[in-house]
Ligand binder design. Structure first.
Ligand SMILES: Cc1ncc(COP(=O)(O)O)c(C=O)c1O
Length: 372
């Protein structure tokens, strides 16, 4: 057999939240509540749907390679210049482009101990070494991350808000961190849940871009905009970095439907606000229940919550799945008694609470004190 690159040894395929179709088939259920992948349970903008319908007539034609109209529109909206923006096939792709462009064999990438797994996977595939820094209370320990920087460090990832914990890093702390990251280290701020973060402690990093040519900010249309299936995200950075990423990206990475849907979404602030308000209500509802049940959870600034049920997450996951509720078990992420739940529509939140209550009420004693 032909041998793959040695870097692939030990890399496993990404394990996503279970798809609705699969659970329907597997469980023989008709109603499924997917609360696993931090998608928007309220759909997407009707203006995006209409744009997709119109663009269908053009699908026999390749898309443009850099989505120029969308780039100009987004740049104007954000008050930056078009050459600072790159679109990707999801922000996933931009993470991959960054490691592909900048990680050499043996380079170090610093990241939080429990964070979005694609950073690690891509760094490893490109031959780099991953330095994971232990978190404190589900939050990035920025001082420890700074201390982990050496002459070998090429990039440092900060996921803010963090997936899977939902936490943010404090404004002053982050500002001071950004000032201290050496200029020859690429600082990647992943802000996939940026629009949900309402705390005054949340730092808007965009105004810092001009003074930090080593900083990259990633955002996406997959979350609050509800376009996860279309695969479109974007990065904002120094134009020189954009030029490097353009060299290695696939020519037609962003498809026509994604580009027009994203563009139309930018015109629909009321959809965005509506989602944020409903998410806030759902979060309050779930938190109230978790408080009632004395369950510990991380303070979230996102559309998901990581909560400690005190029981093995694998079993809680399976029991919820049997009822058609898909969540993410924490054992996959280093939290064996926690589950990560995407805040859903009212009915989904109610079903989750009802089923979780039943599970915890009938918790066998053997579950207590589960090994970490
Ligand atoms: C923190 C974070 N970054 C990036 C992504 C990738 O998003 P997409 O590729 O859909 O833009 C996700 C998706 O779950 C995420 O949670």
């Amino acid at each position: 057999m032909i041998k793959p690159r040695p870097q692939l040894k030990g890399i496993t395929m990404y394990s996503p939240g279970k798809p609705i179709e699969e659970v329907k088939l597997q469980m023989g259920l008709t109603k499924i509540y997917k609360m696993a992948s931090n998608e928007n349970p309220f759909g997407c903008s009707p203006m995006a749907e209409e744009a997709i319908r119109q663009e269908i007539e053009e699908i026999t034609r390749y898309p443009e390679t850099t989505s120029p109209a969308l780039t100009v529109k987004l740049a104007a909206r954000l008050g930056i210049s078009s050459d600072q923006i790159i679109f990707g096939n999801g922000s996933d792709e931009i993470i991959r482009l960054l490691t592909r462009c900048y990680i050499n064999e043996g380079d170090h990438a610093v990241m939080a101990g429990v964070t979005f797994p694609r950073y690690k996977t891509n760094v490893l595939i490109d031959g780099g070494e991953v330095i994971e820094v232990e978190m404190t209370e589900g939050k990035h320990d920025l001082n420890a991350m700074l201390a982990a920087i050496t002459s070998k460090t090429k990039m440092i990832f900060v996921c803010n808000p963090n997936n899977p914990t939902g936490t943010i890093v404090g404004r002053r702390e982050l500002l001071s961190f950004i000032e201290q990251v050496p200029e020859d280290v690429l600082l990647i701020m992943d802000e996939a849940y940026y629009e949900y973060a309402e705390s005054e402690e949340y730092l808007d990093t965009l105004p810092l871009l001009p003074d930090h040519p080593n900083m990259v900010i990633l955002r996406t249309f997959s979350k609050v905009y509800g376009l996860a299936a279309l695969r479109i995200g974007y990065g904002m950075m120094n134009p020189e970095i954009v030029q490097q990423l353009q060299k290695v990206k696939d020519p037609f990475n962003v498809n026509r439907l994604a580009a027009v849907a994203a563009s139309a979404s930018l015109d629909d602030d009321s959809f965005l606000i509506d989602t944020i308000v409903k998410n806030r209500e759902g979060r309050q509802y779930l938190i109230q229940y978790f408080d009632e049940m004395n369950l510990r959870y991380f303070i979230t600034q996102t559309n998901f919550i990581m909560v400690d049920t005190g029981c093995p997450s694998k079993e809680v996951y399976q029991k919820l799945l049997n009822k058609g509720v898909i969540i993410r078990p924490g054992h996959l992420m280093g939290y064996p008694t926690m589950i990560r739940v995407t805040i859903g529509q009212e009915e989904e939140n109610e079903v989750l609470v009802r089923e979780l209550r039943k599970i915890l009420d009938s918790t066998p004693l053997t579950w207590k004190g589960v090994e970490k």
